[in-house]
Design a binder for this molecule. Sequence first.
Ligand code: GRG
Length: 286
Amino acid sequence: MNISNYFKKEIRLIDSQLKKYFGVSKSCPKILNESMAYSVFAGGKRLRPILCLAAARVCGGSIKKVLPTACALEMIHTYSLIHDDLPAMDNDDLRRGKPTSHIKYGEGIAILAGDGLLTRAFEIMDPMVVKIVASAAGVSGMIGGQVMDLLMEHNRCPANRGRENVEYIHLNKTAKMIEVSLVSGAVLSGAGKRQIDALAGYGRKIGIAFQISDDILDILGDKKKLGKRGSDADNEKLTYPSVFGIDASARKSSELIQSAKNDLKIFGRPAVTLSEIADFVINREK
Ligand code: GRG
């Protein structure tokens, strides 16, 4: 099966499970349920749940067991995007080709939709991985990275700290959630240390490469395909291209992908899908 058909099949599986979490509930206000579902089903690539399931597949795990955690990772990711788009953060009005949550529902509901998705995620994920996911999403992970991203806006990064700070941002804001998507799939599949370490290394590297390619797409990408306007320049963000230039950034992301693919060697032939996902990370148009 080619990679695009593989993605389509996995997205169908993930979406059919995700839908189960957004049925009508007497205790959850209708507008909250609607706003959470609006962003979750706005057409994301589902990269994190796809990686979680791919790790389970390569480790011989049960998809049924891992699927709720895969959905929880997508909920955390979607919460982060809703909050990232708020006026106090990146102030974006378009995401996944649709008006952002605060444009559609107002700021208060958008903040609460994000909060709702984050807490619901911890309700549905497997208790075995709560700690590692919380750590990747938390203050020494995605939130820490986002804080540094915010602090460094409007060219506030000292010239001699560009490399150190952009590496911190990419690792924490983006790569740790991608890494934990793989590690949680492996842990829930009973993988051994060697397998977990290999998937962690692969995840961290494709995660950094993913954010570098996001930075490049923000400059060069087709905004229609991306479904967002690209606000890095307006916000004078500290990005890979702003520190190293576009060519060196593209070279760095290719090197990371090559090295990530080397980490898969211990799995042999069954890791071919993960290897193709790594290529997708830097060849994608959205
Ligand atoms: C706690 C107030 C508060 C805010 C947290 C942590 C955070 C806000 C925002 C982080 C946003 C973030 C992780 C941005 C960078 C990651 C990135 C490249 C996101 C886009 O991911 P894709 O391309 O999106 O996978 P789709 O739409 O395909 O799911």
